[in-house]
Structures are given as C-alpha cells and as structure tokens.
Write a protein that binds this ligand. Structure first.
Ligand SMILES: [Zn+2]
Length: 301
C-alpha cells in the first residue's frame, strides 16, 4: 500500500485545506484533476467565472504543487448554471480562452442536472468545442434521474459524432455502469463517505465488471466528502483480494489513459518522487505563514 501511487481525477481542491493536500500526498495521491463546477450558490456575473477559471489554472495548480501534487484541471460551464441562459451564453463565449491553456486536460464537468433544454444547449455547445479541439470531455451526471441523464449525455455525444473513447461519464452507480461501458466511454465512480457509492460497493462492481475503463474518484468539494476516497478504496480492494494490477488500473492507470489523450500529462514525470520547494511564490503569495519552507529534490522513478 505504502508504495502505491494514486490519481484522483475529480476533486474540487479549491474547497479543501492544506491539511487535506498534505494528507493526500502522504497517502500516495500524486496527481489530481480539478474540474470547473458551481460554487454552492449561483454566480451573478461573468467576472466570477473568469476569476474562478483563472484560479484553476493558476493559484490552485501552484498550491497543490507546493505539497507535491501535480494539478490538472478541466474547464467548462456546469449544468446547474447553464440554466441562467443570458450568463451561460457569455461564459460559453470566453471558454476557449481558458480551455486551450496548458494543464487543461478536458472540457468539464458538463452535462445534466435537472435535465432541462438550457442544460442540453450548453452541453451540445461544449461537446462541439471539445470535438473541434480534439479534447476529452468529463460528464457530470444528475443525482436525481441519474440514468436518464446519463443516457441522454451518451446519445447526444453519439449524435454529434464525438469519439466515445474521449468521453468520461462520472458519478456512475450499479444502474448505469453497463450502459456506459457498452458505448466505449469511460465509467467513473465517485466514492462518498456514508452514502451513495461507497468503497464496499465499488469493490463489488470491479469484481463483477473488471477494471477496463473503470475509474475511481473522490469528487471531494465543499460538502461532506473525502479527499482520501481513492487511496481508501484501493486499500479496501486489496483487503478484499482484488489483484494489485486491477486496483492500480482503477485508481491510477485508467484515468491517466483517459485524460492522457489530451497530450497534457507527462506520465513519466508523475512516476518520479516530486520535488517540493515552498520558497516559491505565486504572484508574490506563499502558502506559508512564517513556517520553515519544505525543500525536497525530486527523485526519478
Ligand atoms: Zn464535481
């Protein structure tokens, strides 16, 4: 366990503390993807989106690196806020400015929440943006009416001629896994504490369906969630007797293969022990508050 590395390909780390980043790094989380999402209450102006997207490719990437975690992100207009159509149109217009930047591995998270016509319009526009730029898409699925939302997301992508191997459907469960895998898309699972998809159910799913195109993530955010979901689930899988290679695929390699299609991920570099230099600043700002900076040189794999 102690030598395992993990990739959490869905975590809203801007909502988490430096304690979380330290615990993640020491549990073996080497890299993460932070998809753009809503922030708990609706934004009212375009500028809020601009600043949020900037922080995902700027400060948050720096902050994670200060603790030895490589941070990638996905840029997109989330389904909830797609329902404010005047603002949504403005956001869609500025998306390419951020989506094509270094370290952006996908358009996401996009998809359906209440499954409205406005959500569908935003989803279509963003799948088309991804297709035009040969990008991966990370799809959020609704908590209510999940299966219908997922089937609609898959159908639309297919109708638009989007390559299924570049589509990652997230927040799956026992009722949706077969439909997703049957299309050739990737099936990601969010492991929440105490509810919904737990680690136990995830083990059973991998035992039943195998590891191919299956991805485990935490989706940890500002709500009740667990930034250590991925390493904790891996531990339980090993205890349950799943093969180490299977566990490695669903908690590391599959997500790298899926999002590596962006050309933005240097897998070799992720295998090395990361260098940490907390003397560094980002726009004159440090993560430290007078503590002694950690300075560690990286060790090649
Ligand atoms: Zn999310």
């Amino acid at each position: 366990m102690s030598s395992m590395r993990f990739f959490d390909p869905h975590i809203h780390v801007t909502s988490r503390t430096t304690d979380d980043l330290e615990r993640m790094a020491s549990a073996g989380v080497r890299a993460i993807i932070e998809p753009a999402f809503w922030v708990g209450q609706p934004r009212t102006t375009l500028g809020s989106f601009v600043d949020y997207f900037s922080s995902l490719i700027g400060w948050e990437r720096f902050r994670a690196a200060q603790f030895g975690i490589t941070h990638y992100c996905a840029i997109g207009l989330n389904s909830k806020e797609a329902n404010n159509e005047p603002l949504a149109r403005e956001v869609l217009e500025i998306l390419p400015r951020f989506a094509l930047k270094e370290g952006v591995v996908a358009i996401g998270e996009i998809g359906f929440d209440e499954i409205t016509a406005a959500e569908e319009r935003a989803y279509v526009a963003q799948v088309e943006l991804a297709r035009a730029n040969d990008m991966v898409v990370m799809v959020h699925s609704p908590h209510r009416d999940k299966k219908r939302g997922i089937l609609r997301s898959l159908d639309i992508a297919r109708e638009l001629g989007f390559p299924m191997e570049k589509l990652v459907i997230d927040h799956n469960n026992e009722e949706t896994i077969e439909s997703v895998l049957a299309t050739g898309a990737w099936a990601a699972f969010t492991i929440y504490p105490h509810t919904k998809m737990g680690s136990e159910r995830m083990c059973t799913l991998v035992q039943k369906y195998g590891p191919e195109r299956v991805i485990v993530d935490s989706s940890a955010d500002w709500g009740v969630s667990d930034p250590l979901s991925v390493p904790r689930t891996a531990k339980l899988m090993l205890e349950r007797g799943l093969a180490p290679d299977t566990v490695e695929r669903v908690t590391w390699r599959n997500a790298l293969d899926a999002y590596g299609q962006s050309g933005q991920i240097d897998v070799e570099a992720l295998l090395a022990k990361p260098a940490i230099d907390q003397r560094q600043l980002f726009a004159d700002n440090s993560v430290l508050r007078g503590q002694d900076p950690r300075v560690e040189t990286g060790v090649p794999n």
